[in-house]
Design a protein around this ligand. Structure first.
Ligand SMILES: [Zn+2]
Length: 438
């Protein structure tokens, strides 16, 4: 009987506590929203001091600084462009910055992706970037999206921001971001950098053309080069990333001079900037015209026949009997079989590391039929022929080379060369862990 009473009493207590908790949660909510409203409409002392050097600009002022504070920007890609652009956006006091990336930090990133450091190699890029930016500016909100942007999540994520910075490096994602930004009516600040050159423009802003207006169809996959294959200088991505931040800030402020309907070309070798006038919005553009035929996001990897990642993609141009594995090639080396190995990487890459006795003839020379007699003389020094193999960094260019050389060899009555599948990356992974990887 006594125990029953005790239980009843305890249950009553819990009910009261629950009621109190509910009231407190509601109070907290109201307080928070009051606080945020007051906060968002004025600058605190830290902010006044921190941003004073830009607030005194006639183009910004307190009014402009508050606009930056209330703004939200999504930076897609925490790499060569995403690092400098988010750095300047965070420094300038953009109130909410989202950083989206699916990747982890690698040593090959550090020469240009300066938010990442030796101590963050192996960590998620979004976390590495966030910790750097949070140390720079504690007054802003930083949100991380550790994911690949896809047709399934793009609209939900982009919806939460005012402006999108495209800091990615692949065609499929460019189309995806373009279409999603058109559908959600968000400006898209698009940049790219490769080797010593960079480009920049703003899509979907003040009646500017969209990416599809300019490029209705994707380029053939084999014509697209990424930083892993083509190389890039960090200072060049730094220039373009900083300019992306600048355009974003101008859009938020509502200032004039935004790169609309123009493409800015930067030549880092000559230190020149060029402005190209872009053609006007396409009246029958499938996505941004008045009557678009494309109203839902599609499968962009299929549309572009390319992976939607900045990772090196694996082409498959040859049949199995036109290729050998690194294990088979190792066997052939161990047996001391005489052969010719052609390495089709660029000269600088060849100088970094190479397999013994390989001959360097870069892919461009092969495709342009330069040094062909020299090559054929190696392959067939007398009436006989040596088996010939082609290798490159990842096994893509070597396939192109084999494809190009096969009819030439056949014409001369020679057996066509074979591709070493997966290239030097496969060699490091499967045969010799000490062989440098890059
Ligand atoms: Zn369009």
């Amino acid at each position: 009987m006594e125990a029953e009473l005790e239980i009843e009493e305890l249950e009553r207590d819990i009910r009261t506590l629950r009621k109190n908790l509910k009231e407190k949660v509601q109070q907290l909510k109201t307080l928070k929203s009051h606080f945020q409203k007051n906060c968002i409409n004025k600058l605190n002392n830290n902010e006044i001091a921190r941003y004073s050097r830009q607030i005194i600009l006639s183009e910004i002022g307190v009014h402009g600084q508050l606009k930056l504070k209330k703004a939200s920007v999504l930076v897609v890609g925490a790499g060569g462009l995403g690092c400098p652009s988010s750095l300047y956006l965070a420094g300038a006091g953009i109130g909410r910055i989202g950083i989206l990336d699916y990747d982890e930090v690698e040593l090959t990133n550090l020469h240009r992706q300066l938010l990442h450091t030796e101590s963050t190699v192996g960590l998620r890029k979004v976390e590495s970037a966030k910790s750097f930016l949070a140390e720079l500016n504690s007054q802003i909100e930083l949100i991380t999206h550790h994911t690949q942007i896809t047709s399934d999540n793009a609209l939900t994520i982009i919806e939460q921001y005012d402006i999108v910075v495209d800091a990615t490096d692949n065609v499929a994602t460019r189309y995806l971001l373009n279409d999603a930004c058109v559908m959600l009516k968000k400006p898209l600040v698009s940049g790219s950098a490769l080797q010593l050159e960079g480009q920049l423009t703003v899509y979907n802003y003040k009646n500017s053309p969209c990416y599809r207006c300019l490029f209705p169809t994707p380029p053939p996959p084999e014509t697209v080069t990424n930083c892993g294959d083509g190389g890039v200088l960090g200072a060049v991505t730094g220039v373009i990333g900083a300019l992306q931040a600048l355009e974003t800030i101008k859009i938020i402020l509502g200032n004039e001079g935004v790169l609309v309907g123009r493409l800015l070309l930067f030549d880092g070798q000559q230190s020149t900037f060029k402005n190209l006038k872009l053609r006007a919005k396409k009246l029958n553009c499938v996505v941004c015209s008045e009557n678009p035929s494309l109203t839902k996001l599609i499968d962009y990897e299929q549309f572009c026949s390319m992976k939607a990642t900045d990772k090196d993609s694996n082409l498959k141009l040859l049949s199995e009997n036109e290729r050998i594995t690194v294990e088979q090639y190792k066997q052939l080396l161990d047996n001391g079989n005489q052969h010719v190995l052609i390495d089709v990487r660029g000269t600088n890459q060849f100088e970094m590391c190479q397999l013994p006795a390989s001959i360097n003839i870069p892919i461009d020379d092969i495709l342009e039929n330069r040094r062909m007699e020299e090559l054929l003389a190696k392959v067939s020094p007398d009436a006989t022929q040596l088996p010939t193999f082609v290798i490159c960094r990842r096994g893509n260019d070597s396939q192109l080379a084999v494809q190009h050389l096969t009819p030439i060899f056949k014409e001369r009555g020679l057996n066509p060369p074979k591709d070493i599948s997966g290239g030097l990356h496969a060699w490091t992974h499967n045969i010799d862990k000490c062989f440098p990887i890059y």
